[in-house]
Design a protein around this ligand. Structure first.
Ligand SMILES: [Zn+2]
Length: 314
């Protein structure tokens, strides 16, 4: 019997289950805790994972996409230790389940990153001894080499998972090796930490602006369902974020953003190109080349928040 092929190339996901209650940390007096990782299947071939805020206040999201020949995992979270953060075991189980439904003689895993910051690469080591697995190093030269960039960052390259052909472009600004990924099957635009419902740290503002221009350009020619980043930091109240370091976010926004919100990020980013430091908008906060004092302000607000447990949200 030949491997049964999923028609990724000729069709789109018929349904995306985006209405999910993410784990979001626990109140201090609640000792029941929450799982270290939540894995949510948005369709049979697409899984979004979130790391618990109890393990890392960053609580990053990760994306596992299945193709006919291999799966790709974008990001490995903020914790290395497999005992407290069993990412490898979780991914192994998800892959075993998928392969039980779609049996194949051979199937591979690619581990890559939205960008190279520590809260997105920490568990890479858990995959080092995994059979049939490739790990793309976080450094810029390794990213360019693996994906085949010859004209970084503006080029659009493809990554074929077996019928499911992702399009990838370079989007530096938050991080020099940051990429944005378009998946035609789900319509997802995976934007890493460059665009998300939270604090957009643009350490290289000209590069950040150019990356946003290219994201908008990319979206115009394609059917995008959702724009998905790697953190949630905004509360449900317009313009209000949780302080840096928050471990409990009962009133956080949904992860997914719309294409209109991406356009809004671009418009807002242009409008504050000459204003260094933080600028607050309803759905995100732009940090234009944050200075030391902006970072100290964030830290002190976070420390104050932790010293005053009764002020739970803001
Ligand atoms: Zn991050």
């Amino acid at each position: 019997m030949g491997d049964q092929q999923v028609p990724f190339a000729s069709s789109r996901a018929p349904e995306l289950l985006m209405n999910v209650q993410w784990i979001h940390g626990t109140a201090r007096r609640d000792r029941s805790g929450e799982p270290a990782i939540q894995a949510h299947g948005v369709d049979p071939h697409t899984v979004i994972l979130r790391q618990s805020k109890c393990l890392s206040h960053e609580a990053p999201f990760m994306y596992l996409l299945f193709g006919n020949e291999r799966a790709v995992l974008f990001d490995t979270g903020a914790t290395a230790d497999p005992a407290s953060f069993p990412l490898r075991a979780t991914v192994d189980e998800l892959m075993a389940n998928w392969l039980a439904e779609h049996p194949r003689a051979h199937y591979e895993l690619l581990v890559a990153h939205s960008h190279g910051h520590n809260d997105h690469v920490a568990a890479d080591g858990q995959f080092l001894d995994r059979p049939a697995t490739t790990i793309v190093n976080r450094e810029l030269d390794a990213v360019q080499r693996y994906f085949g960039f010859t004209a970084w960052p503006a080029q659009i390259v493809t990554l074929d998972l077996g019928g499911r052909v992702l399009e990838i472009t370079g989007t530096p600004g938050h991080h020099r090796a940051a990429i944005t990924v378009y998946d035609p099957w789900s319509g997802f635009l995976l934007t890493g930490d460059t665009v998300l419902p939270g604090r957009l740290y643009a350490f290289d503002y000209p590069a950040f602006l150019e990356s946003l221009e290219r994201m908008v350009e990319l979206v115009r020619g394609r059917a995008v369902s959702y724009v998905l980043g790697c953190h949630i930091e905004m509360t449900s109240i317009g313009g209000q974020d949780y302080p840096l370091g928050t471990r409990y976010q009962p009133d956080e926004r949904p992860l997914q953003m719309t294409v209109a919100q991406l356009f809004e990020v671009q418009r807002a980013a242009r409008s504050v190109a000459d204003r260094r430091g933080p600028s607050r908008f309803d759905d995100f906060i732009i940090y234009n080349e944050p200075r030391l004092r902006d970072q100290l302000g964030l830290l002190s607000r976070g420390l104050l928040h932790r010293a005053l447990p009764r002020r739970t949200n803001h």
